[in-house]
Ligand binder design. Structure first.
Ligand code: ASP
Length: 309
């Protein structure tokens, strides 16, 4: 049974950030976009809106930014195309929706939500997901919309390195996500990504997989970023919530154990944002940095990129 709560919103813009690639100007622009997403999502919560609406709002704004690997800023696959994945989950009802491998969907998080609310299914992929979007009058965009010079150059670099080393250099590059607690005490989580640069063969990561990249129940909400294969194999988001639910672990301990121990033990890296029904949250990562921000129970906003003491 949920009870009234003080709203909290936590977001991430991906765990792939490396200090040497981040100019002061770019960091400033990214921080401004994180701030905008936090403010818009939090305004939903403050006016009594649902955690689902807040998560959707914050993620749409990050999808519309060219700086994150989701929506507009999605990375390119091996064939020079953008394949987008997203998922969303409502903690109070355990309803969930997801889309994977879509090419023409401007805001995949909204399509994931439509799958949850307007279809009897949880996950739709590729052309089918796009046909579903059209069937409910959701417009599609020209795939050219997702072209950004920076992501294109990242693919060229990855292809060059691959040719030199004769092995895949697919690497994690971002993802966006949000978790929210609303005034009714309900939690929600959502995640959206372009996947990994130079991915091929229809590769799908953790982000659209309920339990791996996204999970929410009555006690806990998680969105992950990082090397998706390892988040799938550890069922990371669900594992964190299961620890909170069955073992009564504090959310910070549960998130820390999974991100700093279970995932790296297999050779993976990344991070999560995790929030509980009392508004406690954690943002652990084992990469160099993770774009992240929150507005806590006191209404205080904080945005961070690298480890803070
Ligand atoms: N988790 C995403 C994937 O594997 C990528 C990322 O978060 O960097 O598709």
């Amino acid at each position: 049974m949920s009870r009234a709560a003080i709203p909290v919103l936590v977001i991430h813009g991906g765990a792939g950030v490396i200090a040497k690639d981040l100019s002061p100007e770019k960091e400033k622009a990214i921080r401004a976009d994180l701030k905008q997403a936090l403010e818009a999502g939090y305004a939903v919560l403050k006016s009594g809106g649902s955690s689902l609406d807040a998560v959707s709002k914050a993620i749409v704004l990050m999808e519309d930014s060219p700086y994150f690997n989701a929506g507009k800023g999605a990375v390119f696959n091996h064939d020079g195309k953008n394949e987008l994945d997203a998922s969303i989950m409502d903690g109070a009802s355990l309803r969930a929706g997801s889309v994977a491998n879509v090419h023409k969907v401007k805001n995949p998080i909204l399509r994931a939500r439509a799958v949850m609310e307007k279809s009897p299914h949880v996950m739709l992929v590729g052309d089918g997901a796009e046909a579903f979007a059209q069937s409910i009058d959701m417009p599609l965009v020209d795939p050219k919309y997702f072209y950004t010079e920076e992501r294109w150059q990242q693919l060229q670099q990855a292809l060059k390195e691959e040719a030199e080393k004769e092995k895949s250099t697919a690497s994690p590059h971002g993802t966006v996500g949000a978790v929210a607690l609303d005034a009714a005490g309900h939690l929600a989580a959502g995640t959206s990504t372009g996947g990994m640069t130079n991915k091929r063969y229809g590769r799908v990561g953790d982000s659209p997989i309920i339990g791996a990249g996204t999970y929410a129940n009555a006690k806990c909400a998680v969105s992950a970023t990082g090397w998706g294969e390892f988040y799938i194999r550890t069922v990371a988001a669900h594992d964190i919530c299961a620890r909170v639910e069955y073992k009564s672990e504090p959310v910070a301990q549960a998130a820390n154990d999974v991100v700093m121990s279970a995932v790296p033990k297999l050779g993976g890296d990344g991070g999560v944002i995790a929030l509980d029904a009392d508004g406690n949250f954690a943002t652990p990562f084992n990469t160099e940095g993770m774009f992240r921000g929150w507005i806590d129970k006191e209404g205080k906003m904080h945005i961070a990129v690298f480890v803070e003491k």
